[in-house]
Write a protein that binds this ligand. Structure first.
Ligand SMILES: [Zn+2]
Length: 375
């Protein structure tokens, strides 16, 4: 599989629609459905995670204006002008207005999730209903507040996508969990079906709701915040699609190549710690197994974040600490937190500065195993 990420700067800022533009950078995984004996897997949902993307929201002018060419301002007075104002009625005392077209914008850095659905009828009603269904399912499954996730549609035609972003700067880590957990989207689809008053296993409509919720209600999709979209929302439009998604399997576990995993980890390293990056580069060059996570807290009640983490099936994983020169003096709390992790069954591997990396890595051949063909 070719690398699908596009590094920021490489692709530049790509304009997707009249309203939004952002630099593309991210990775891809797919949820495919296996229908009819597993002969033909169809791609149902393409998921792209874009960490720390710059989002631009550009105001191109009033919706009703024909040219959407921004707003007009008089640069002498800083007063907004009507688009139709013309200069043939100067009042004689004020200087002629110096008019300029301006487009106000705001930009922000956020973690994004871009979803491209594959369905027969990809119209606005379908996509808006799907967008709000998935957002609410994410809120329920990951226990977050409605205002913590924003959702919109972006792009046009085949490039039309659902864009979700975390309202908090720095993010709350939900997107990473979603794309790393195999089957996360199938789980979301089941939650969404239940939410939309369908049986999550069969897709049957729950009879109690047939009359109470014809298209959408405040128990499922509607909220005061999405009032402008209410006319688009119809739970029946997405039922079949969600059912197929609920029965789908990720095309590839996590959907990442070795190279993508490397880039993802590298972006997560502490930029102040060149030793962390050297460690990662070393694994990459020798095609040794890469960590599954970086800067991830394995258990909620031990407040310690290993630099890297390896999963070990169903048992607690391996916590790797990269004790670079600036970590030379580990505190007593740090040591006791490491012991607390060990007591819970985690394995602790500490890589220290000042000793050859290769030698230390070779001490743990069962953790840093060789990866055939870089996969
Ligand atoms: Zn409802």
């Amino acid at each position: 599989m070719a690398a699908h990420f596009i590094r920021r700067g490489g692709a530049g800022t790509r304009r997707l629609s009249g309203h939004d533009a952002f630099p593309f950078s991210g990775r891809l995984c797919r949820a495919g459905a296996d229908i009819g004996g597993g002969e033909k897997a169809e791609s149902l949902l393409e998921v792209r995670y874009v960490p720390q993307a710059e989002i631009w929201r550009i105001n191109h002018g009033w919706r009703r204006s024909s040219d959407r060419n921004g707003f007009v301002i008089d640069t002498n007075t800083s007063a907004w002008q009507r688009q139709s104002d013309d200069d043939d009625e100067p009042n004689g005392t004020t200087p002629r207005a110096v008019r300029r077209q301006v487009r106000p914008y705001v930009s922000d850095t956020r973690n994004l999730l871009l979803l491209r659905a594959n369905a027969e009828e990809l119209d606005e009603d379908f996509l808006r209903t799907l967008a709000y269904s998935l957002r609410r399912a994410i809120q329920l499954d990951y226990q977050i507040e409605e205002q913590e996730i924003q959702v919109e549609l972006i792009g046009s035609e085949r490039q039309r996508r659902i864009i979700l972003w975390e309202a908090a700067e720095g993010g709350i880590g939900v997107w990473e969990r979603l794309i790393k957990e195999p089957g996360a989207f199938a789980g979301l689809a089941r939650t969404a079906l239940d939410l939309l008053h369908f049986d999550a296993a069969t897709g049957e409509a729950k009879p109690d709701w047939t009359e109470r919720c014809v298209a959408a209600c405040y128990d499922c999709l509607l909220s005061y915040a999405n009032q402008l979209d209410h006319r688009h929302l119809d739970r029946h439009r997405v039922c079949d699609y969600l059912l197929r998604l609920a029965r789908s399997e990720p095309v590839k576990s996590g959907g990442w190549t070795y190279d993508e995993q490397y880039v993802w980890l590298w972006e997560r390293t502490d930029s102040a710690s060149s030793f962390e990056r050297s460690f990662l580069d070393h694994l990459y060059e020798r095609k040794l197994r890469l960590p599954d996570f970086a800067q991830d807290t394995p258990v909620a009640d031990v407040f310690l974040q290993p630099d890297f983490y390896y999963q070990r099936g169903t048992i607690p994983g391996v916590c790797v600490f990269i004790d670079g020169p600036h970590h030379a003096s580990r505190t007593a709390e740090d040591r006791s937190a490491r012991e607390a992790l060990e007591d819970r069954g985690f394995r602790i591997v500490a890589i220290a500065a000042g000793r050859p990396l290769a030698e230390q890595i070779d001490t743990y051949p069962d953790v840093f195993t060789s990866v055939a063909n870089g996969q």
